[in-house]
Ligand binder design. Sequence first.
Ligand code: APR
Ligand code: PHB
Length: 391
Amino acid sequence: MRTQVGIVGAGPAGLLLSHLLHLAGIESVVLEARNRAYVEQRVRAGVLEHPTAELLREVGVGERMTREGLPHEGLVLRFDGADHRMPLAELTGKTITVYGQQEVVKDLIARRLADGGRILFESTDVCLHDLTTDRPRITFVDAEGKVRQLDCDVIAGCDGFHGVSRPSIPADKLRVFQRTYPFAWLGILARTPPSHEELIYTYSERGFALHSMRSPELTRLYIQVSPEEQLADWPDERIWDELHARLRLGNGFSLHEGPVVDKLLAAMRSFVVEPMRYGRLFLAGDAAHIVPPTGAKGMNLAVADVRLLARALTELLTKANADLADAYSESCLRRVWRAEHFSWWMTSMLHRFPEDDPFAQRLQLSQLRYTTSSTAAATSMAENYVGLPFD
Ligand code: APR
Ligand code: PHB
């Protein structure tokens, strides 16, 4: 088999890249380890930045998002026993859209298949070869168990944090930057209407809690827990008790309970590799960088990466012009590091750290009060949250 761009991974990065390349007249094949139902049902992030939503609309995959996504003009920081609203739209003129990552994935798969795109689900044992030549190859085992080879001009590693692409690069060619946090998130999806129309990020003595949603009938909730916790130790009742305790407010906020339809534990990590390229292998999305979920940046960074990568590969493959490809890593990393800082900052301000003393906690409270009372500070948070312009 032969194609111009071999894409490993059918997450938001791989699928959107394949679509953008198709619009530019470039052929690609997407190799995905899981089956279609699995990737379409995997519950992940849910907040689209303004530039992400605009891009999806511009490239013709935003129709259902515009219909079913929930536009939000603000969010709430809950601390000091009160709600402090961050008026995102007033401060920036922009909104965010609450729309599940798996819905974006469904829309992209449907569109690729309608356009004749090739997505090979259940492709296993993916191995990358000859990355420093201009004929890189991918070998894999297809859904029928047959060993196959995909000859490419370029390979895009869009296979997430645990994929094969990044480890295919010799370790001495990459510089790794990382932080792990002394807590994890325990998240649930509950079949119940949201208890508030906006997201609520809560700083409490018992630790961080987040109230979010997916639709008028589905609530998404998270609590900070120790990284050693096991899901088995968290029956639904214990999770609801902890959520009630952390989200409690004097003025009668009441949290709606409902059947729990998904439950997960997520490690909290910041991670970046530089450069995001090795020869003819280009990394995009979680394959190259991870942010803790507090700033809701993961999927948005993946989208920003492939927007640049599609342009770079179009120039490279249609005009033999390597300028954008050579600039790809550096251009991406500017936005990546802004999001890394923002996510680290939100995480540091809102969580309880086991080693924190009362001094550190007073600093967190001071930062929260400043962020919600100064227009300058609020605007800084808001413009990062809604997403800085792409260019
Ligand atoms: N071979 C083929 N496919 C693979 C392999 C492999 N060895 N390893 C992983 N994959 C697939 C995964 O099954 C997944 O579908 O690659 C895809 C990677 O998708 P994501 O993890 O969604 O990564 P990305 O597209 O970069 O999107 C980033 O995902 O984890 C969230 O918070 C993150 O929202 C962010 C977004
Ligand atoms: C979510 O709805 O899943 C969500 C929202 C905001 C975040 C993280 C996750 O910061």
